[in-house]
Design a protein around this ligand. Structure first.
Ligand SMILES: [Ca+2]
Ligand SMILES: [Ca+2]
Length: 170
């Protein structure tokens, strides 16, 4: 993996973790994420319409809105795998933020991080083999990579400030 490909677009950071941003009341605007990369005209997004955040997909015209997560805890921030077959997301269903991956139809969700610290905001590498995410497992929020095949995690940023919300360059 070329670190140079990673744009550590570290979020504006006010010392708040994603968990702390969880709203106490439903937001007025539903957050959206990009189109499915396979050109299937699907859009993934997260919504509070069920009184807890769930990940949905819908057609580009807004039809066929489908709840993929159906879990009582916080599920958010969906990102398509490069081939469109899977969706990574952040979930608090295990009591702390974890990076999950599920099939694009919502089946077979699995916890990739499985760590007691906060792990959140996954993005896929363009080759589909890596996920980059933010975690506070070493004391402050930093950016980490995870090799999906092996589960190997590497720390990419090492600062005492809040490094967050990475994205990949092309
Ligand atoms: Ca949920
Ligand atoms: Ca965790």
């Amino acid at each position: 993996m070329k670190r140079s490909l990673i744009s550590l677009n570290l979020a504006l950071v006010l010392g708040l973790s994603f968990a702390q941003l969880r709203p106490q009341s439903p937001p007025s605007i539903e957050s959206t994420r990009p189109y499915c990369p396979t050109g299937s005209d699907l859009i993934a997004f997260w919504s509070y319409r069920d009184e807890n955040y769930e990940i949905y997909v819908m057609e580009v015209n807004g039809s066929n809105q489908t709840n993929l997560t159906n879990h009582s805890d916080f599920d958010s921030w969906p990102v398509w795998s490069p081939n469109g077959s899977q969706i990574a997301f952040t979930s608090y269903r295990d009591g702390n933020g974890e990076i999950y991956v599920m099939n694009a139809d919502g089946s077979e969700p699995r916890n990739l991080t499985n760590h007691p610290a906060t792990d959140e905001l996954a993005v896929w590498a363009p080759d589909g083999r890596w996920i980059v995410f933010a975690s506070d497992r070493d004391g402050s929020m930093d950016v980490y990579s995870l090799r999906i095949e092996t589960g190997e995690v590497s720390r990419l940023s090492e600062t005492s400030s809040h490094d967050w919300a990475p994205s990949w360059g092309r």
